[in-house]
Design a protein around this ligand. Sequence first.
Ligand code: GRF
Length: 225
Amino acid sequence: MARRLKLGILISGRGSNLQALIDACADPGFPAEIALVVSNKADAKGLERAATASIPTRVIDHRGFASRTEFDSALNDALNDAAVDLVCLAGFMRLLGAEFVRAWHDRLINIHPSLLPAFRGLHTHERALEAGVKLTGCTVHFVRADVDNGPIIVQAAVPVLDTDTPDSLAARVLVAEHACYPAAVRWIAEDRVSIVDDRVVLRDGSTPEAPVFSPCVTTTRRYTP
Ligand code: GRF
């Protein structure tokens, strides 16, 4: 089998998206493997998930560094030491500096619980309900210097119900997240993703299967049902 893409996953908490990636990578046919999980919090539940799957972990506590640059530099060293190819932010609650983002340009992706560019930042589900949108969802995108901005790899739309609370909506969006993140990683690992004019296009002839979940809709450019 071809060499598997080495992932470095950055987390701060629960780690359910990390778990979705662990589960995907457990399939020997999946074209990526997790080389390292880094948390900036020692008590992140995601660290236990990684340990259960025998994945190396590091805790790099941001409070131990005098500046963001020094923290970012420690992260960068850990990822390079593990020979990471692609960094996946999965509920990582620290802003990364411009130098780190530049160093990992087109090798750094994030998952965000809204249909970007709507509802960048925190409290997305509360804000979606306040705005009265009828569809929300999630986005996997390459990271650029601006927060929650960058070429979109895949999105999934999730209907908003009249009865939704922020928690019920978050739970349904999370199901979509767990389908989308492994799909995006697979497409990158299979070299199907290219970036043209800072937008993602799938390479000619590529017809990636959509992540499957219900009752949601997922799209990316050139997806052929
Ligand atoms: C997810 O909703 C993700 O989209 C956002 O932070 C949350 C992390 O959840 N960036 P988990 O730690 O993956 O369970």
